[in-house]
Design a binder for this molecule. Structure first.
Ligand SMILES: [Zn+2]
Length: 301
């Protein structure tokens, strides 16, 4: 059995929102067992929105959460960092509606969480173990989950662009693999899209400091961090979006040409398909010891 974990102490950082361009101060704080990851708006009297799929609201090039009048945007990179470092419970306090983009990757959030330290709580962690395949297709986009003894992600992308015709990668997720191979991969966009996004009020904080920009003949940034940094970032994004399930996954996630909207639609479908998974307290527990999903106690929202 693994116990739930939270942060050891509070840490903070400052940055700007990728889409809003707003300055924001972000604080990560310890939280009790079974409280999950919760976003708190200090500029709105401390109102909160839980990082759960039922609160997804507004997906436009990033994943947003909303509850009543409270919004928090671009949550996915921070959620991927929490999920991959095994932090189940935390309060994320911000004084603006968008999580700072930092350098476009999850590496600064890894650093921040490691600076805070991680401590165990007196409560078992539950994993969502996939028992039967679940899939969603939308045109040429597809995402699926298959039974596996570990959390693995296979992602493939294809664009009509000479720089990025096809990339694919499979990882078996562990803290080390995430920190070294996935967390540093930055968000990316095509130069021809940037002007259009700005007209829609998006990418207002975007720059070569926080995104890879792909022009006609190559990237405008000096260098890539990995030859296949693009598909690695898609893996980062889907890990962050799947964190909205509220449980770490045990299964093989396979996605082709997905995006935040498809990831979120799929996560909601997974929670609906109660016959296709069960909650377990030990990642490698034999199926006979698995707790039926119907009797499982969901984390408190
Ligand atoms: Zn991203």
């Amino acid at each position: 059995m693994h116990t739930q974990r939270t942060l050891h102490r509070q840490t903070s950082c400052a940055g700007i929102g990728l889409h809003s361009g707003s300055k924001v101060t972000l604080s990560l704080k310890p939280a009790p067992a079974n409280s999950g990851i919760r976003f708190r708006r200090s500029d709105l009297g401390g109102q909160e929105v839980p990082a759960r799929i039922s609160h997804v609201g507004g997906i436009n090039h990033a994943t947003g959460l909303s509850r009543d009048t409270v919004r928090v945007d671009t949550v996915e990179h921070l959620l991927a960092a929490f999920m991959s470092l095994g932090v189940d419970n935390a309060v994320v306090e911000l004084n603006s509606p968008e999580v700072p983009i930092m350098d476009g990757s999850a590496a600064p959030f890894i650093y921040l969480i490691q600076e805070a330290g991680i401590k165990s709580l007196q409560a078992p962690r539950q994993y969502l173990k996939v028992l039967r395949p679940i899939s969603v297709s939308r045109g040429n986009k597809r995402i699926a989950l298959y039974p596996s003894d570990h959390f693995k992600v296979t992602y493939s992308i294809a664009f009509d662009h000479p720089m990025l015709r096809h990339q694919a990668r499979t990882i078996r997720l562990s803290e080390e693999v995430f920190v070294e191979e996935i967390a540093p991969a930055r968000t990316f966009g095509f130069l021809e899209e940037v002007e259009m996004m700005r007209q829609q009020g998006l990418a207002l904080g975007g720059s070569l400091e926080n995104a890879i920009v792909i022009g006609d003949t190559g990237v405008l940034n000096n260098a890539l961090r990995f030859d296949d940094e693009f598909v690695r970032h898609k893996i980062l994004d889907v890990i962050g979006d799947m964190a909205l399930l509220g449980y770490p996954l045990i299964g093989h996630l396979v996605a082709h040409r997905g995006g935040h909207a498809l990831h979120a639609e799929f996560a909601a479908r997974v929670l609906e398909e109660r016959d296709c998974w069960t909650l377990v307290e030990t990642p490698l527990a034999p199926a006979a010891q698995a707790m039926p999903a119907g009797r499982a106690v969901p984390a408190v929202n």
